[in-house]
Design a protein around this ligand. Structure first.
Ligand code: RB5
Length: 152
């Protein structure tokens, strides 16, 4: 599984911790920036990761900004992207089980980093349950087909 990580300055430190954590687990990681604490604009990094997920160049994305809100708004503008802003292990797991989330969005200024790493681990190992949840996601795909270019 190829995983892209991206953040703005407010998510930079947590993004680095997540990347180190995943490299220790020998995961296949691509870092889409940012690469320091200087102020940047979160949509630039959301676009990079979300476009790669949208076009199936990578399997999963992890985005971090201060609250996670801006990243999730921007990432969900892309067809085939299901970006989930999660604040605990339960919501991270449920975003996979029920929503088949392909981008996990985290809040660098809110989350304790140990909790965030547990969320990442849970999110990566939890499978989509399908069934009735697939029917619901199919309805979202219909919305994409109607309103978004490039939707499958
Ligand atoms: C940056 O100051 C902050 O606005 C950003 O990281 C994020 O929280 C936006 O939603």
């Amino acid at each position: 599984m190829k995983i892209a990580v991206g953040s703005d300055h407010a998510g930079y430190e947590l993004k680095e911790k997540i990347e180190t954590h995943l490299i220790e687990q020998e995961k296949d990681i691509e870092d889409y920036g940012t690469n320091g604490n200087s102020s940047v604009d979160y949509p630039d990094f959301a676009v990079a990761v979300a476009e790669a997920v949208s076009k199936s160049k990578i399997d999963r994305g992890i985005l971090v900004c201060g609250t996670g809100i801006g990243m999730s708004i921007a990432a969900n503008k892309f067809p085939n992207v299901r970006a989930a802003l999660c604040y605990d292990v339960y919501s991270a797991e449920m975003s996979r089980k029920h929503n088949n989330a392909n981008i996990l969005v985290l809040a660098g200024r809110v989350l304790d980093s140990d909790v965030a790493l547990k969320m990442v681990d849970a999110w990566l190992k939890t499978e989509f349950e399908g069934g009735r949840h697939k029917n619901r996601l199919d309805k979202i795909s219909e919305i994409e087909k109607k309103f978004m270019k490039g939707a499958k």
